[in-house]
Design a protein around this ligand. Structure first.
Ligand code: BO1
Ligand code: ZN
Length: 260
C-alpha cells in the first residue's frame, strides 16, 4: 500500500476550488530536483535583520497560525540573496501533516518533511503595501524552512507555548519580543525560484528562497501544531492538519542554488 497517495485527500475548503490556476505558469509549491538546480555564483548571501519589537500577535486564521509583524517601517527586513530590493517581514506561518510522513509543501528530490515554515516578506521599495505587492511579479519574497524530527527546538517552544490560546479559528493573542531568525538554520545555503502563493489568491508574485538545511524539532512540538483546529468554537472540531497545497508543475522554470 502506498500511504502517500492519501497525502491531502481530506481537503480543507481553502483547497477545494482553485487547485489549479488557469494559465498559471509559475505556481508553488514544487519538487526541487537537486541535480537539476543550477549553481549561480552571482547569488549573494541572504541578509536577514529582524527586530523582535516588531512582533505583534499570533493568530489562528483557519488555515495555519500566523505570527504577524509591524511593517510600517524598515525594521524587520531581508535583502541580498536573489533580491534586488529590501523586503519587509509581514508574517510567518507553517504547513504540517497529520503524521510525520508528510506535511511540507516543497519537497527535495521527492523527500517530504513533516512541516515547513514560511517567512513572508513584501517589497516596500517598489510598493505601498502588502496588498499592492501581492499583485506584482517581484512583490513578495518567502523564505521556506523545512522542519524535521529530531532534537527539541528551544526557539520554537515560545511559539508552541502560545498555541493553546489560539486553538480555534479567528482566535488571536498578543505575542511580542520574538525574533524569528531563531527558527533559521545557520547554514547559509538555499535554492531560489519564481513562484506563487500556495493558498488563494495564488498570485504569481513570490521569489521563493528555500533553505537547504532543515531545523530539528521534537515530536511533542509537532504534536502541539496538530492540536490546533480549523474550526471556530461551537463547531464540530476539525483538527488543523494537512494544510499544505499539492505539488505544482515546474513548467518553464529553473531552480538556482547558492551552493555547489
Ligand atoms: S504562502 O507563504 O505562499 N503559503 C502564503 C499564502 C497566502 C498568503 C500569504 C502567504 N496570503 C496573504 C493574504 C493577504 C494577507 C497576507 C499576509 O497573506 O492574501 O490578505 O494580508 O498575512
Ligand atoms: Zn505558507
Amino acid at each position: 500500500i502506498c500511504i502517500h497517495k492519501n497525502r491531502n485527500d481530506a481537503l480543507h475548503p481553502l483547497w477545494q476550488s482553485p487547485l489549479s490556476v488557469p494559465g498559471g505558469t509559475r505556481q508553488s509549491p514544487i519538487d526541487i530536483q537537486w541535480r537539476d538546480s543550477i549553481f549561480d555564483p552571482y547569488l549573494r548571501p541572504l541578509k536577514i535583520s529582524y527586530d523582535p519589537d516588531t512582533c505583534l500577535h499570533i493568530w489562528n486564521n483557519g488555515y495555519s497560525f500566523l505570527v504577524e509583524f509591524e511593517d510600517s517601517a524598515d525594521k524587520s527586513i531581508i535583502m541580498g540573496g536573489p533580491l534586488e530590493n529590501q523586503y519587509r517581514l509581514k508574517q510567518f506561518h507553517f504547513h504540517w501533516g497529520a503524521i510525520n510522513e508528510w506535511g511540507s509543501e516543497h519537497t527535495i528530490d521527492s523527500r517530504v518533511y513533516p512541516a515547513e515554515l514560511h517567512l513572508v516578506h513584501w517589497n516596500a521599495v517598489k510598493y505601498e503595501s502588502f496588498e499592492d505587492a501581492v499583485m506584482e511579479g517581484n512583490g513578495l519574497a518567502v523564505i521556506g524552512v523545512f522542519l524535521k524530527l529530531g532534537a527539541y527546538h528551544d526557539g520554537l517552544q515560545k511559539l508552541v507555548d502560545a498555541l493553546p490560546a489560539v486553538k480555534h479559528k479567528d482566535e488571536i493573542v498578543e505575542f511580542d519580543s520574538f525574533d524569528p531568525s531563531c527558527l533559521l538554520p545557520s547554514c547559509p545555503d538555499y535554492w531560489t525560484y519564481a513562484g506563487s502563493l500556495t493558498t488563494p489568491p495564488l498570485t504569481e508574485s513570490v521569489t521563493w528562497i528555500i533553505k537547504k538545511k532543515a531545523i530539528e524539532v521534537d515530536e511533542d512540538q509537532l504534536e502541539a501544531f496538530r492540536m490546533l483546529l480549523f474550526t471556530s468554537p461551537g463547531e464540530e472540531e476539525k483538527r488543523m492538519v494537512d494544510n499544505f497545497r499539492p505539488l505544482q508543475p515546474l513548467m518553464n522554470r529553473t531552480v538556482r542554488s547558492s551552493f555547489q
